[in-house]
Design a protein around this ligand. Structure first.
Ligand SMILES: Cc1cc2nc3c(=O)[nH]c(=O)nc-3n(C[C@H](O)[C@H](O)[C@H](O)COP(=O)(O)OP(=O)(O)OC[C@H]3O[C@@H](n4cnc5c(N)ncnc54)[C@H](O)[C@@H]3O)c2cc1C
Length: 245
């Protein structure tokens, strides 16, 4: 069972987001990048499956050399080898195409992604990749089991769950609750230094979309504290100011 896990570098959740170039670019100065949290789940589940059934886990990141600490972290968590496509991606289609080209000479039974990147939140790469690779797709899954050439996944739906199966090879995207993410231990960190990291060039330009501008949400108003004895004032504010009742 060979599994490819797509790992997106995203800003640490404590990052103070600012923009550059007339609000058309995310300002990466001083930003600490981490593995997209959904991708950590995908990686952990991939490791669990290969530990039970044999095989290898390869991680792939489309990103510049600055993303290598993240790739090494994925290797420290347990991935067997890694590919970095040397490109600063501008949209999901470019990411999906770059991954398709980079793994064209390899064979994977399963490709796992996160349900979305927590920076651009597109939720597009899994679907685009499945189409480009001619593979089945099960999106946003909370459970993955592989039995022979069949993968079965559980998806949360409004008010319930559905269980979906398809034949391998397939692309699945990980949703929270898939598993408990693993953290690297000292042995893993040491081993990660010598695990293979292949760098692949990809030069096709982006595919049509471009960001006209980014903007931040309006600053939050300060908290208004109301004395517990003064319920009337609270009701009045909820009615007249917030128009909630
Ligand atoms: C400095 C910087 C600036 C960027 N500027 C832009 C921009 O202006 N507009 C824009 O759309 N994108 C930009 N990107 C790229 C962006 O981070 C995403 O990689 C890409 O746009 C896909 O985003 P998405 O939200 O559609 O992915 P989703 O479809 O939400 O991601 C789902 C899953 O796809 C996989 N995936 C996503 N991206 C990658 C990746 N790079 N490598 C490997 N797997 C991946 C992961 O498994 C992820 O969990 C920028 C990246 C960087 C580092």
């Amino acid at each position: 069972m060979n599994i490819l896990v797509c790992v997106s570098p995203v800003p640490d959740t404590t990052t103070k987001i600012t923009f550059a170039d007339n609000n058309t670019k995310f300002n990466t100065n001083g930003v600490q990048f981490i593995i997209n949290p959904y991708d950590e789940l995908a990686l952990t589940r991939a490791l669990e499956i290969t530990e039970a059934q044999g095989g290898e886990v390869t991680v792939i990141t489309v990103g510049t050399a600055g993303t290598e600490p993240i790739i090494r972290k994925a290797l420290a968590i347990g991935a067997h080898n890694a590919i970095r496509v040397n490109l600063d991606p501008v949209d999901a289609m470019q990411v999906a195409k770059a991954i398709q080209v980079a793994v064209a000479d390899k064979s994977f039974d399963l490709i796992l992604t996160g349900r979305e990147s927590i920076d651009h939140n597109g939720g597009l790469v899994a679907g685009l990749l499945a189409e480009l690779m001619g593979m089945n797709l099960i999106n946003v899954v909370t459970k993955i089991d592989v039995d022979g050439t069949t993968v079965t996944a559980v998806r949360d739906i409004d008010g319930g769950r559905e269980t979906v199966s398809c034949e391998l090879p397939a692309v699945l995207s990980a949703q929270k609750d898939l598993c408990e993410p693993r953290i690297p231990n000292m042995r893993g960190i040491m081993q990660a230094r010598t695990k293979p990291l292949q760098v692949v060039e990809y030069s096709e330009s982006a595919t049509g979309t471009s960001v006209s501008s980014f903007e931040l949400p309006p600053a939050k108003e300060g908290v208004k504290l109301i004395d517990a004895a003064n319920a009337g004032e609270l009701i009045d504010l909820l009615r007249t100011e917030k128009k909630l009742i």
